[in-house]
Design a protein around this ligand. Structure first.
Ligand SMILES: NC(=O)c1ccc[n+]([C@@H]2O[C@H](COP(=O)([O-])OP(=O)(O)OC[C@H]3O[C@@H](n4cnc5c(N)ncnc54)[C@H](OP(=O)(O)O)[C@@H]3O)[C@@H](O)[C@H]2O)c1
Length: 297
């Protein structure tokens, strides 16, 4: 198959390129810089600009591009950049999908933040959108795919959990804190963190393209056993051989992370992957312990 990928230089995108190549698929990278290889096509999401033939001959499009949400404090400027980059990019890709004949399948990134802070309530793909900035971003981001769906394309909305990777992502930010002994639960520790290993994140995307061809709409990309932050902390501490007895209080997190503390780490979702399990996906890492040991190996 031929698969076009946006945001391919990022954490998930670069792993997806390896996953697709290992399965023998052809990849076309949509890049924002000047193309440097025959498989690259330049697009400019901020200007809604993409070549008319960018998706010709493409079976699937995986759209991952967007400003990193946790890269900066959630100032008004950063919030605007996070939202605009997602709406502009997704609208541009959805329009291009809708114009392409035959229609490719569109897998468009979103996040479990869609559900807001859902406490201990189990949320699957049928749960309604939550409230807060991140939930609003996800709702607008997913809504920006509607042109492709209205044109008849199969559209999947990938509501990813916290991606656990060997290099990069949240885990890389947490590891130095743990090594320095700043490794207690965050706030009450009762908030659920829906984790997924990077191997399963991209493995599930490949599965949805290759095998689960009747699946459309939202798909929670999260491991089958979400855990509370307290359980996450204890498991990571055990694997890194670090104590996790000193909790990090809310005010300290807010001082360091600003508003992202409230919505990003002190809030949570007990998100379960009902659609993925129903479609028959088999996880490489189906427990947090397995995912962390793989990532930290
Ligand atoms: N990592 C996670 O735990 C996680 C969890 C839930 C959801 N997600 C979502 O999944 C997607 C991919 O995540 P990731 O962790 O791979 O992100 P990432 O490492 O930050 O990569 C995102 C990519 O988006 C492109 N990009 C950066 N700034 C942009 C801008 N202003 N406009 C358009 N594109 C821009 C870049 O690719 P190019 O330079 O190649 O264009 C960048 O490599 C993101 O939308 C993210 O919000 C991630």
């Amino acid at each position: 198959m031929r698969v076009a990928v946006t945001g391919s230089s990022g954490l998930i995108g670069s792993a997806l390129l390896r996953e697709l190549a290992s399965a023998g698929h052809d990849v076309r990278r949509l890049v924002r810089r000047r193309p440097g290889a025959p498989d690259e096509v330049q697009w400019d999401p901020a200007a809604h600009s993409i070549p008319a033939d960018a998706l010709d001959g493409v079976d699937a499009v995986v759209h991952l591009a967007g400003v990193g949400i946790a890269d900066h404090r959630l100032t008004e400027d950063h919030k605007r950049a996070v939202l605009d980059s997602r709406i502009d990019g997704t609208t541009t890709i959805a329009d291009a999908v809708a114009r392409t004949d035959p229609l490719p399948v569109l897998l468009s990134a979103s996040a479990v933040g869609w559900y807001g802070d859902s406490g201990a309530r189990v949320v699957d793909e049928s749960a309604p959108a939550g409230s807060g900035f991140l939930a609003q971003v996800c709702e607008s981001w997913e809504g920006a795919t509607s042109v492709a769906r209205q044109a008849g394309a199969r559209v999947l909305l990938l509501r990813s959990g916290l991606v656990l990777a060997r290099k990069g992502g949240m885990l890389e930010r947490m590891r130095p804190l743990f090594r320095a002994g700043l490794s207690g639960r965050l706030g009450s520790g009762k908030q659920y963190w829906p984790w997924i290993s990077l191997a399963d994140e991209v493995g599930a995307m490949r599965f949805l393209i290759e095998s689960a061809t009747d699946v459309a709409g939202p798909v929670n990309l999260a491991g089958p056993t979400p855990v509370t932050n307290a359980e996450f902390t204890a498991t990571l501490g055990r694997i890194l051989h670090r104590p996790t007895t000193l909790p990090v209080p809310r005010f300290a997190l807010r001082a360091v992370l600003g508003e992202f503390a409230d919505e990003g780490v002190l809030a949570g979702q007990r998100a379960v992957p009902t659609v993925l399990l129903g479609a028959g996906y088999e996880y490489a890492h189906d427990t947090l312990d397995a995912a962390l040991r793989w990532a930290i190996d």
